[in-house]
Design a protein around this ligand. Sequence first.
Ligand SMILES: [Cu+2]
Length: 478
Amino acid sequence: MPALGYVPAATANAASNGLWSSPIETGLVGIHLNVFSDGQMMYYGAHVENSTANTKSFSIATLSPGQSFSVFPEAIDVGSFCTGNINLPDGRVLLTGGTSSFPVDKDENDDSPRYTGANLFATYSKGQTKLQKMPGNLAFSRWYPTNVMLNDRRVVVIGGLDDKGKPVAFPEVVNTRTGETRVLDRADLSAAGFSYPRSVKVADNKLVVLSRNEGAPYLLTTTGRGTVQTLNKEADIPSGPMASIGANSYLVAGSRGNRLGDKSTRIVEFSESRVKVANAANMVRARTYHELTTLPDGSVLATGGTDGKDQPSHFLDAELWVKSKGWKTMSSASLRRGYHTTAALLPDATVITMGSTRPTQTQAEIFYPPYLFNSQGIPKTRPTIESWGRIGTDDRAAISLVLKDNVSVKSVALIRTGAVTHQTSMGQTFFAANFAQNGKNITVNVSQNTSILPAGVYWVFVIDQSGTPSIATAVRVG
Ligand SMILES: [Cu+2]
């Protein structure tokens, strides 16, 4: 794949519609995609030869900017479909759950459970060729779980189907260093549905979990044995994927999963007392199975998806949402990406897409957003971060950046490195930082609020007055 920072020269309309790369072979279907601070990716999902997914198989693959892919088979008895994946503050990826059985050609009269979960509890560290199993197991097998950061060593795992194919009612809190788990057996979340429940941390030990249907949001407390309470029932939230656009604020657009496409767009603000929903202008296309990715300037890219009909139309054109302008059609990719598609930001402010409707697509594509081009389609000069440091010893201390040139800075964003699957971006956080500029020196304030800025590895992007982002520098927030 192209090296970090590479931008192709383009035609004039790249400045308005962006540009797609040609397909890039990645060796494996990227149904789960995790990006490390330097842009290296670890992904997994299925081999082409196992596209029926009947066989338990788990291979992981890695790809770095400027290099080619590597594939590593795993000797574990778990199907690699449909785990929960999240990036941890220490740089590891945490994998939870997965597939135990997924019979494709099942006899109609066979009433044994069709899909069942696995209890994989493992991590992956950059540079390794295999997963590291945690000392313990998950308390429940989980097929399609969501992982949410609680603090720098604890993650809550929510939802999924168990080893009998039944929805798991109770979340569990896992310790990512010791492997211990604690079941929240007073927090029955069955009403939220099993499939990657959309969940947002709103305060210490408190999360809002949205139900799969357009039902009430729930407040989950993760201390002790847990509690669940219903929040404002009237909140009208579309079923679609969410993109972080500010402090506990998300753009929700379109449908998610096995539904007809939808154009509905809302801005949803989460708090522990209520969920506030504001209407926003519709998407251009009525999409489902698409991915939303937040860009460094706070805009949101929608890629792929279908109309959700029996004979689905796949959408090759992307759309870009800008708060002041709404959605606008972008240029078209060349590959179809429906169900089992992923998309993630890279530290050079481009977006990579992987996966497909059927798990056979091993080629990725990169989208170069309009902010990288001038009106002639020539790549713009970008602001450059030459060095950085912390003002103090605390890992939430302010950050000092030194720019290469004295360019006027419009905004500074912290974006958590991405871990995505099934229209779900776990741990995603966009934080528009307060900053002060003195010539080439920028001082960036870091929030002390672990709900607005959860522990993690973040990319710091500097955006100049013309909207062009730098290549990011990576910092750890504890
Ligand atoms: Cu799936």
